[in-house]
Design a protein around this ligand. Sequence first.
Ligand code: SF4
Length: 488
Amino acid sequence: MAERMLQFVRLSQAQPEKRDVAARRSDFGEIYREFAADAAAEQSSRCSQCGVPFCSVHCPLNNNIPDWLKLTAEGRLEEAYEVSAATNTFPEICGRICPQDRLCEGNCVIEKGFESVTIGAVEKYITDTAWEKGWVKPPTPRQELPWSVGIIGAGPGGLAAAEKLRLRGYQVHVYDRYDRVGGLMIYGIPNFKLEKEVVLRRWQQYEAGGIHFHLNCAVGQDVTLAELRERHDAVFIATGVYKARDIEGIGSGLGGIVAALDYLTASNRDNLGDAVPDFASGALNAQGKRVVVVGGGDTAMDCVRTAVRQGAAAVTCLYRRDKANMPGSMREVKNAEEEGVEFAWLAAPEAFVGDAGSAGGGEGQVSGVRAVRMHLGLPDATGRQQVAPIPGSAFTIPCDLAIKALGFDPEDLPRAFDEPALPVTRWGTLRVHHRTMMTDLPGVFAGGDIVRGASLVVWAIRDGRDAADQIDAYVKAKAGNKLAVAAE
Ligand code: SF4
């Protein structure tokens, strides 16, 4: 039944129901239930169909949100899916993991007096329905082109470029050092936010559409960048950033201090049924342990919530600023609090303490994190409030497992790829021309985190889609030039 729009005055915001906390803590299933069809239509009808839709303006993909909300309110779901998929390669994934409170929903106009439209949940509902009904098709082109493109990295940026190029008829080859497709979407993000079936079914579709995957293939070891440039008409680098930021200092060499991504990967692999020796041995398993996670971003939230599900005895998140200044999504912080995670706000690690006489020596096992209280000062040039330690405020949180979730830096790609001419910025990210997305190496493009620094999946999708357009223009212009020269 068609719904009228502008119903926000009459209808309150209702997110899909969350599963019971006790059930959430005991398994890795997604925590949100799906909207029922009526609820999705009803919630969509709350949209006021703004002339200048700030939701779209603040979406990195500029999704046509008011259009697909209206179509959903009218029960025209297949059209809603088409509109949604026209600008987004993975709407069902963005619907699950985007920090909507900082993007579309945080900028929804009705938020000023009412609660925002539940954009993320409707987006997920539309595309999950599309999968169920068989509307999501493999990227099969109408006509094949003779040109090929090599893509390094099977994460969201690489896959977004791969799909768009394949649809245009390119021969697309994706190279990835891991054994599965998806990058951080498969090994970084836990199941309770993104069930792996959602990623795996995309992989199947891409293979069915003729995209070639070369897995367990590390560029620089199994194949060189120079070889890929020989093999393909263009190359797109979308490796992401994987080098974990570290905490140096007293006790940092103790056992039981692990990097967030190693910890999350072990958990995800275990959930996928892989044999994971470090998980089986307990080294990367929080079961029965007191856990401290250092950091305040989404990766830190993924770690604390994974530890809860593994049966940790206690889980504490240590963050040097306060809750209002956390970089991660507030929704994830709230979910973590509901699931029993303790937060030590305004506290920064000073040292790891371990078995007597072992601290600093790299021996023995961690038994606590010594932290110091911080206070928030004046904002710096970036507008962010500075923090400073409060003298004499040190305290120790006991722990058996400390997880470092302080963010990621780029690897040294010119060295890893054995290509010194690959230009990098002073932060180690790849330098590209801002419009063409091409590096100084002709035909070598780059995008996503390896250019931006660690960022959101939705930005990687945006870059992948844009890069596909730039690669298409480059390859066709080059082919056109060759034809013109041949005709002269
Ligand atoms: Fe609808 Fe909110 Fe977007 Fe306006 S900002 S079009 S009310 S979803």
